[in-house]
Design a protein around this ligand. Structure first.
Ligand SMILES: [Zn+2]
Length: 1006
């Protein structure tokens, strides 16, 4: 869509005119007389400007590219200087100066950024559109009379309270009078206009539309009338006698005193009458009669945005959405390099300045209105109109008016919001709930950043029974604990869910939208060599990008490999649905079917950034659609066919900062309670059956074995996948199950006690059954060395050799999974895991590898059903392994958890087995250290049988029952084959004072 702007004709200094206290009287007649004629075939204007002068008082005029012919005072030629677009006259006597000039306006080409509605003045066979420097412009506000001679059949519009039309020399002579101090004049004329008239109260409304748009003109007049009724009621009577809506052959979107000038392609957009027309009409009050004191900051766009665009949404109960969009855009377009204060805003030059001067300023007026109430707010606006009409107003005038009406000192408020740049940030760092007598006490730890003033923070409490209550708090410190007492049991606190405060949105509130791509100064573009041709329009269109290639083939690609650090630091643009980077970040995504599609997703590695996924069928589709995406800033996904938009969606995001306090209790209907035997049939029908465990509970392993036995009875083509074994040891596992090696050898070669470590008695029955029945067992896990390294140093630290072991697809985008891992990380923060990103990477690698192993096995053995044995944490909500497997193969599955908390969607079944004791291997109750290949006793616990047998700290363990021992793993293996009460022979080397080392033997009763 086109952007609308209030046109500033030159920079004008403000001329104080006293109006307060004056008796109403007819304004003095215009004293600046401009007389012009047009030579359309030559795109020329010739004119004469008559202005009053005083002897010795220099007068200056902006002349731009006008050619000054002659300057006279009282009919006598006088000296003048004309340079750099300025004309200066120094009259020697009082009287009238006349400036004769001419100018050529072939124009038609936009000046500057075409998105911002600045269009050249033009005189050609389409018509006349003069909105720039087309006459010598004085520096002060003046009263004007303009006469224009045009060919017959022309209609013309200018700033005017009265318009007269006569004929002269066979042409049409128009006289426009604007008897108030005016900022400047413009002139629009064509012979294509049909003029329709309407009235709103005493105001004459006119539509100057091209004849073919006659019906549109009626629609515009009808809507204009409602806007006049609205603003006359809300503010004050319309400041002029007439108002015109003027269609232009150039793509303008301007508002001038007494008319608005809209391009033909603009007026034909269906939504203009609903929004922009009202905005431009409101400018008649703010900007076109109360002028803007430009040097002190432009307040008018924020105010018109607030009382027009925002007002219409508020009337539809969508004010909060509008305000949220303003804040989303601010976050997307404004950054530290382009941010400035409201006082520094003059006019929009780009999306950042629009987000500040329109968006943030609208929020400031909203906060003022919320703070002081409608009566005082609108009262103050009426005061400003009454006091500053036909003169310039500044933020200071508004501050004074609001202070007078509210009785408050608003200087801290204005300092924060008008002089400071940026938006403050508000957060909830802690929340707790407790019973307090008959009431509930909510305690919130609130944080504030970037504000020196107290912020009024609306809190909404939602109760479990469904009611809600608003409880505003004042955040007057950077950290504040607030305590709220409520009568009912609360479920949630929502902070500022209506967006009443101008603030930086949290990551959960800010949806991934196209604006965030457009606002990115330097996105990182990932494209494969084969895609460069197809996506040329995208690559060229994204400003100053760093283009990198990301290939699966490693060395064959010339581009650098993108590291996780690169991806995390940037907004990433991925070109092509087949780009391997998609598998690395999102696991897999469906290929869009549209000719051209764009989807914005959160950057899974950095919630502050986004990832833009482009896919195009051809270079032509990309070239046709890409230039249009900037018009869809608030959407998250778009589809185009041959450049025509076919679909658009915005991703959901949270409304307000949501804090959960308490959930509705869950209830189990005991009449539906079943036994394990009863769910076997349902489980049997699924291709994959996941059974979660606490690793050290015999009861859980008993359930797993029961399930495996039962399923095996129904379907002998069963397999078992186990988290406990790592992929490189599959061969050892196969050899053991196939009878090639015995259990002891299996435990040694699979490095079971080093890599898993839980007592093998827990898993032995399951493996014994598998071995007896010939059931394949699949080693699911990634080599522990890799997960440990990633957890410490991140994926970027892996060698190329190590990378070969990684899963080919990795989904980092599951936010529920991330927040669950985050909780686990926060709980174990002191256990040496320093970096959450690395911790998360290790978890994702772990789960993706297990999912990939399951998928690979079932792909190779499609007739097998599989039971997967893993810790419950890898299965809850399906987030660890199950969904990641399903993404790969789409096979039906079921999830059974043992002793889990009851929460909907956590699993399909939760099993509550009775506790079961189990025999475990005896222990020496000692700790060891390994030093230079020797295993040394470190310490003993009080009841250690080893200590009782006479072993001491620093003894070097060399053999157990005659078998050499070098590692803790060897000790565990030796003990595994002993029972409690058995004796075991332990040989050590003991260092004796002055006597050297001596080998000694002990018998330990376990
Ligand atoms: Zn505006």
């Amino acid at each position: 869509m086109k952007h609308f702007t209030f046109l500033i004709l030159g920079m004008l200094s403000f001329l104080p005119i006293s109006v307060s206290g004056a008796e109403p009287q007819a304004p003095p007649p215009a004293d600046h007389l401009l007389d012009v004629s047009l030579d359309i075939p030559r795109s020329m204007i010739r004119g004469s400007l008559k202005v009053p002068v005083r002897a010795g008082q220099e007068r200056s005029f902006q002349t731009g590219r006008l050619v000054i012919g002659r300057v006279t005072v009282n009919g006598r030629e006088t000296a003048f200087t004309a340079r750099e677009g300025m004309l200066t006259v120094r009259p020697g006597e009082n009287g009238v100066a006349e400036i004769v000039y001419e100018g050529t306006f072939k124009g038609g080409t936009p000046q500057g950024d075409k998105n911002y509605g600045v269009v050249s003045s033009t005189i050609d066979d389409r018509g006349i559109s003069l909105t720039g420097t087309w006459y010598p412009q004085p520096e002060e506000l003046e009263r004007w009379k303009l006469t224009v001679l045009l060919p017959a059949g022309f209609e013309a519009v200018s700033e005017a309270e009265t318009i007269e039309r006569t004929t002269r020399d066979g042409g049409a002579l128009f006289t426009f009078e604007f008897p108030h101090p005016a900022e400047g004049l413009s002139l629009v004329a064509t012979d294509r206009y049909e003029v329709l008239e309407e009235r709103s109260g005493s105001t004459e409304l006119r539509a100057y539309f091209f004849k073919e748009d006659r019906e549109l003109a009626k629609t515009y007049l009808r809507h204009a009338k409602t806007y006049f009724e609205l603003y006359e009621k809300l503010l004050s009577p319309y400041p002029y006698k007439r108002f015109s809506i003027v269609e232009n052959f150039l793509p303008t979107g301007y508002s001038m005193a007494t008319f608005t000038l809209l391009g033909q392609d603009v007026v034909r957009l269906p939504f203009i009458v609903e929004t922009s027309l009202g905005h431009e009409i409101l400018h008649q009050w703010f900007g076109n009669s109360v002028y803007i004191d430009q040097e002190k900051g432009n307040w008018a766009e924020g105010l018109t945005t607030y009382l027009a665009d925002h007002w219409y949404e508020e009337k539809k109960s969508k004010g909060w959405e509008y305000r949220k969009t303003l804040l989303v855009n601010y976050g997307a377009y404004v950054n530290s390099s382009n941010e400035h204060s409201l006082r520094q805003f003059r006019s929009r030059t780009d999306l950042a300045s629009r987000s500040i001067g329109y968006g943030k300023a609208a929020m400031v007026f909203h906060m003022l209105r919320t703070m002081m109430g409608d009566d005082a707010f609108f009262g103050a606006l009426r005061d400003v109109i009454a006091e500053r009409q036909f003169t310039a107003a500044s933020w200071g005038d508004f501050q004074a008016a609001f202070e007078k009406r509210s009785g408050k000192d608003l200087s801290p408020f204005f300092r924060q919001w008008i002089d400071e740049k940026g938006l403050p940030e508000v957060g909830v760092e802690s929340a707790s709930l407790r019973r307090a007598g008959n009431r509930y006490e909510i305690t919130l730890g609130l944080t504030r950043k970037g504000s020196t003033v107290a912020l009024d923070l609306p809190l909404n409490i939602l109760f479990l029974q469904g009611s809600e209550k608003t409880m505003p708090v004042t955040l007057d410190a950077d950290r504040k604990e607030v305590t709220l007492l409520v009568d009912e049991e609360p479920a949630f606190v929502v902070v500022d869910g209506n967006y009443d405060l101008a603030r930086k949105l949290t990551a959960d509130e800010a949806p991934p939208v196209i604006a965030r791509l457009i606002g990115e100064e330097k996105p990182l573009i990932a494209v494969e060599a084969s895609g460069i041709g197809t996506y040329q329009a995208v690559i060229a269109g994204l400003a100053k990008p760093e283009v990198r290639q990301e290939g699966q083939k490693g060395e064959e690609q010339t581009g650098k490999r993108l590291t996780d650090a690169d991806l995390k630091a940037s907004t990433v643009v991925i070109l092509g649905a087949d780009n391997p980077l998609i598998k690395r970040l999102f696991g897999a995504l469906a290929t869009p079917s549209a000719g051209f599609s764009l989807e914005i997703r959160k950057n899974p590695l950095n919630a502050e950034k986004v990832v833009a996924l482009f896919n195009a069928r051809s270079a032509e589709e990309a070239a046709a659609a890409f230039p249009k995406i900037a018009h869809y800033g608030k959407y998250s996904s778009l589809s185009f066919e041959k450049g025509r938009n076919t679909d658009k969606k915005t991703a959901s995001s949270e409304r307000g900062i949501i804090v959960e306090l308490r959930k509705e209790p869950v209830v189990v209907d005991l009449s539906l309670l079943r036994t394990l035997a009863a769910v076997m049939d349902t489980a049997a029908a699924k291709k994959i059956v996941y059974v979660g465990e606490y690793h050290d509970r015999f009861s859980h392993h008993a359930v797993q074995l029961r399930l495996i036995q039962s399923l095996h009875k129904k379907n002998p083509k069963l397999a078992v996948g186990m988290e406990m074994f790592q992929r490189p040891f599959q061969k050892t596992l196969d050899e053991y199950l196939g009878g090639a090696i015995d259990e002891r050898e299996f435990l040694v070669r699979s490095e079971y006690f080093k890599r898993w470590g839980f007592d093998y008695n827990l898993y032995k029955p399951l493996l014994d059954f598998a071995r007896a029945e010939g059931i394949p067992v699949v080693a699911l896990n990634l080599r522990r060395e890799i997960t440990e390294k990633v957890s410490r140093e991140g994926m970027d630290a892996l060698t190329d050799e190590e990378r070969k072991e990684l899963p080919r697809e990795m989904d980092f985008a599951d936010e529920d999974y991330r927040s669950r891992i985050r909780q686990a990380f926060d709980q174990h923060r002191n256990s040496g895991e320093k970096n959450f990103d690395f911790f998360l990477q290790a978890q994702v690698l772990w789960d993706e590898t297990m999912a990939e192993s399951i998928d690979a096995f079932l792909a190779k053995n499609p007739d097998r059903q599989m039971v997967v044995v893993a810790g419950g944490g890898h299965l809850v909500y399906g987030e660890g392994i199950p969904k990641r497997t399903f993404r790969r193969n789409g096979l039906p599955y079921t999830v059974l958890l043992n002793d889990s908390e009851l929460d909907p969607a956590i699993a399909d079944y939760i099993i509550f087995p009775q506790p079961l004791d189990g025999m475990t291997a005896p222990k020496l109750m000692a700790t060891f250290r390994e030093d230079k290949g020797r295993l040394i006793f470190n310490d003993f616990v009080a009841e250690s049988p080893a200590k009782a047998a006479g072993l001491r700290a620093d003894d070097v363990l060399i053999a157990m029952d005659g078998v050499p021992v070098k590692t803790v793993q060897d000790v565990k293996l030796a003990l595994f084959y002993k029972k409690k009460g058995d004796p075991i022979k332990i040989a050590v080397v003991r260092k004796r004072f002055l006597l050297g080392e001596k080998e000694m033997a002990f018998e330990v009763k376990l």
